[in-house]
Design a protein around this ligand. Structure first.
Ligand code: NAI
Ligand code: MG
Length: 329
């Protein structure tokens, strides 16, 4: 029995969560769900977007499924990443048939450092303008690198690439690059290499197949993961994981999409694929592959899919299709 906290949140977050939980009913595992509140709607009634009870419920669970928040997203999801020390942001870049992916057979992951770098919010105004501080520590660089290598071993991948700009950011990215290669020594069975971030941005478009696992700092990872999302089709398809030492939080990359909310038109694939990442995190590899295959078949057939994928089906109809496939696998 897995204890899972569930935060549907706002807008389509609620609809894609219902869809994903519907599919999880057909997974051969037992889940004990604890629902928790967060987001704009909760703030409207209570005055706060993220109550301490929600943090407690998430802390007390083995994994959290998160739908989406609206305008309060920064106070909800960004705050949870910090409070729960979810230092890894993991984003698969995987092409699926029946989608608008620019390449076929793409399959790599971006492991982004989630707690420091350019996003610590240390900005100050000066007489001339403003200054932002970029903090890179050995501790955070080593743990994100170690996560990348361990993830590569666990998922049978062959190479790990550090992405940085150490030729210009000599001190900060010097620490990052040195930490990466120090950890690499513990994994002689894997290939390790490094690229500059600007070259990487180009290679995504010219030869993305060279990547397997990418480990990078916060800002570079944020930009590259959106570029990666662009490579493999729309926001309705892109899952993500936020992982700490004892907890994972799994969420679609998209937000509450107000234009779709309440209409049953949101694509549930990103949320369902986030649940697949959760199964992988829980080491339920077999169930993860089965659920992923049911989603992939549904996308490839293109018959019972939502509007953004060229279909006419509702969020729940697509979920039911995936569930039926999973039951018949
Ligand atoms: P969004 O991701 O909600 O929507 C962007 C575009 O993608 C829209 O055209 C939307 O229709 C489409 N889209 C997104 N998910 C889709 C799905 N599952 N199926 C079909 N189409 C989909 O981002 P936007 O519009 O910038 O923000 C809307 C609200 O969401 C804002 O209040 C923002 O703060 C919040 N937000 C929350 C996030 C989170 O909770 N992690 C992340 C991003 C935005
Ligand atoms: Mg982003």
């Amino acid at each position: 029995m897995y204890k899972i906290s569930v935060i549907p949140g706002d807008g389509i977050g609620k609809e894609v969560m219902e869809a994903a939980l519907h599919v999880l009913e057909a997974v051969d595992l037992d889940f004990d769900y604890e629902f928790a509140e967060a987001g704009d709607e909760y703030e409207a009634v209570s005055g706060i977007p993220l109550p301490p009870e929600t943090i407690d419920i998430v802390k007390d669970s083995q994994s959290c499924l998160f739908g989406a928040a609206g305008e309060s997203a920064a106070d909800v999801i960004v705050k949870m990443r910090q409070e729960l020390d979810l230092y890894v942001n993991l984003r698969p870049v995987k092409s699926y048939p029946g989608t608008k992916s620019l390449f076929e057979n793409l399959d790599f992951v971006i492991v982004r450092e989630n707690t420091e770098g350019m996003y610590i919010g240390l900005e100050e105004e000066t007489d001339e303008g403003a200054i932002a501080k970029r903090v890179i520590t050995r501790k955070a660089s080593e743990r994100i690198s170690r996560f990348g290598f361990e993830y590569a071993v666990k998922t049978g991948r062959k190479s790990v690439t550090a992405v940085h700009k150490a030729n210009v950011l000599k001190k900060t990215d010097g620490v990052f690059k040195d930490s990466f290669y120090k950890v690499a020594e513990e994994f002689p069975q894997l290939e390790s290499n490094d690229f500059y971030v600007d070259a990487t941005a180009m290679y995504f478009l010219t030869k993305p197949e060279i990547f397997d696992v990418i480990v990078t700092t916060n800002l570079f990872g944020d930009i590259l993961s959106d570029e990666g999302a662009g490579l493999v089709g729309g926001l309705g398809l892109i899952p993500s994981a936020n992982i700490g030492d004892n907890l994972g939080l799994f969420e679609p990359v998209h937000g509450s999409a107000p234009s779709h909310a309440g209409k049953g038109t949101a694509n549930p694939a990103a949320m369902m694929l986030s649940a697949v990442l959760m199964l992988d995190y829980l080491d339920e590899t077999e169930e993860a592959r089965k659920m992923e295959n049911a989603i992939v078949e549904t996308l490839a057939e293109g018959k019972v899919v939502t509007q953004d994928l060229g279909g006419k089906s509702s969020t729940m109809a697509m979920a039911t299709e995936v569930k039926n496939k999973l039951e018949n696998l």
